[in-house]
Design a protein around this ligand. Structure first.
Ligand code: 13P
Ligand code: SF4
Length: 336
């Protein structure tokens, strides 16, 4: 577990984010990024788990589904800077192959994506022919190329419900999201035994403790959490849906069970409400926040440098991109 914990510099320090704790910094570095962005005719896309400074400077911040649409639509830009993790930048490249796609730090990986190596999936499919393979977008381009349709946490149940009933489904790589989709759709699926090391750290004991502390606050959890946590939540949804839920729900305080930087987006989109970061109770004065250290690899400095140097770039074989594009486009069509 220790190896996955993020550095204290990214620590939220306080677990409760009130409207007063919202910050709106804009300094020299930000101005340089905006100047370089204009020079390169670039668009900056950021996932909801990026640090607040990156979210604030991005042209669009969203979940995996929203970012896929934005990447596909970025027709006028020459460069897409993807502030997220590797599989997301790959998806942007696959959807818009003529663009330069930059990822500020090439080591921004994903433990969930790593839990399903393409060679293992290919071997499994060979041994078990005829399966309809549904892949959560958190996987490599090679895994996408082996799949029939891609899903995100925002559309997984809707997409799975469209698959012909006579097909047996293999869901990769997240067993928790897969289990949640089965609960939502009543559809049985074979589940690949992968998970996200960040979301599986939340547990029922932690939710109970937070509920005691904030009894009126609805608990909002991401479907990558384990079943015992999802069962205790008032709403289980993608990061994007969390925004609508918190906006529409009359409560003024919410317990957010996902990567803590999601709270920047919530504070921005749902002003005036309070968000409690669903991390472990603090012990010995340490803040044990459940950050995704891969998402945190991107910094404003690396964003500036990648725009300045036009690197690191996502490079993918065109035959691989073509194979991986079909299931992604099927998802975009089916989820409209
Ligand atoms: P989404 O809500 O974008 O699916 O986020 C989940 C996630 O873990 C992305 O890495
Ligand atoms: Fe991957 Fe989990 Fe990080 Fe999302 S939060 S990028 S699923 S490791």
């Amino acid at each position: 577990m220790g190896a996955h914990m993020s550095e204290p510099s990214h620590c939220c320090k306080a677990r409760v984010f009130t409207p007063e704790t919202r910050t709106d910094a804009s300094g020299e570095l930000e101005r340089e990024i905006l100047r370089l962005k204009k020079e390169r005719n670039a668009v900056i896309l950021a996932h909801n788990y990026q640090i607040g400074e990156i979210q604030r400077i991005a042209d669009f911040t969203g979940d995996s589904l929203g970012l896929s649409y934005k990447a596909a639509e970025a027709k006028d830009a020459d460069v897409i800077v993807f502030c997220g993790v590797h599989f997301m930048a790959e998806t942007a490249k696959i959807l818009n192959p003529s663009k330069t796609v930059l990822l500020p730090d090439m080591d921004a990986g994903c433990s969930l994506s790593d839990s399903c190596p393409a060679a293992e999936l290919a071997a499994y499919k060979e041994k078990n022919p005829g399966l309809y393979t549904v892949a959560y977008i958190n996987c490599s381009a090679q895994v996408k190329a082996l799949s029939d349709v891609i899903v995100t946490s925002g559309n997984a149940a809707k997409i799975v419900a469209k698959i012909p009933q006579d097909r047996e489904i293999l869901f990769v790589p997240d067993q928790n999201l897969g289990q949640w989709v089965m609960e939502q759709t009543g559809r049985q699926m074979r589940l690949w035994p992968g998970n996200c090391h960040v979301h599986v750290r939340f547990n029922a004991e932690l939710i109970d403790a937070l509920r005691q502390q904030f009894p009126a606050a609805p608990v909002v959890a991401h479907p990558e959490c384990v079943q015992g946590v999802r069962a205790l939540a008032d709403e289980v949804c993608s990061t994007e849906r969390m925004i609508t839920f918190c906006r529409e729900n009359p409560a003024d305080t919410f317990i957010i069970i996902t990567e803590p930087d999601m709270i920047h987006r919530l504070q921005h989109e749902v002003p005036g409400k309070t968000f409690v970061c669903g991390t472990q109770q603090r012990q010995r004065g340490d803040c044990d926040c459940f950050y995704c250290e891969y998402m945190k690899r991107n910094t404003l400095e690396k964003l500036r440098d990648c725009l300045k140097n036009n690197t690191p770039k996502i490079e993918l074989d065109s035959a691989l991109m073509e194979k991986a594009r079909a299931p992604i486009e099927r998802m975009l069509d089916w989820s409209r």
